[in-house]
Design a protein around this ligand. Sequence first.
Ligand code: ADP
Ligand code: MG
Length: 146
Amino acid sequence: MEELFSVETNSEQETMLFAEKLAGTVGKGVVFTLTGDLGAGKTHFVKGFAKGLGSKMLVTSPTFTLLNVYDDGKYPIYHFDMYRLSSKEEGEELGFNDYFDLKNLDGVVLVEWPEQVEGMINCPHIEIKIEKLDGDKRKIIVGSKT
Ligand code: ADP
Ligand code: MG
C-alpha cells in the first residue's frame, strides 16, 4: 500500500464526518477496503460515507447478511463484511468477485475485513486503515493499492 495521508479523530462523530467529506470527492466505480480491529470504527466510517452520498438508510455491519446495499443516495453503496468468510474461493462462490470488476461497477464498494478474502480484491482500490489509540482517538490512514 502506498500511504497517501492520515488523520486523527477524537470521537465517532469526527470519524463519520471525515468519511462524509471523503464521500463527496469520489465518483462511482471506486472500491475501499476498511481494516482495523473489532470496534476500530469501520462501520462508523461507512455510516458517515453513506450520509455523504445522501443516503438516509440505516447502516449496520452486514455481519450475517455479508452485503448491505444502500441505494437511495447519489449512487449505490455495496457494504460488505467478510468477517464470516475464510477464503477468496468462498467469496467467489457467492459471486462477490463481480463487485471488483471496476468497469462494470455502478456504485461504490466498501469492504470490512477484506483480509478474510485475501486475493479476491484484485482491482486498484483505496485502503482505509483505522488504528485505535487512547480512549476515543483513532488514526485513519488512507492509502492506495494498484
Ligand atoms: P468496527 O466496524 O470497526 O468493528 P464500529 O464502527 O462498529 O467498529 O464501532 C466503533 C466503536 O468505537 C463504536 O462503539 C464507536 O462509538 C466507538 N468509537 C469511539 N471513538 C471512535 C472514533 N474516533 N471513531 C470511530 N468510532 C469510535
Ligand atoms: Mg463493523
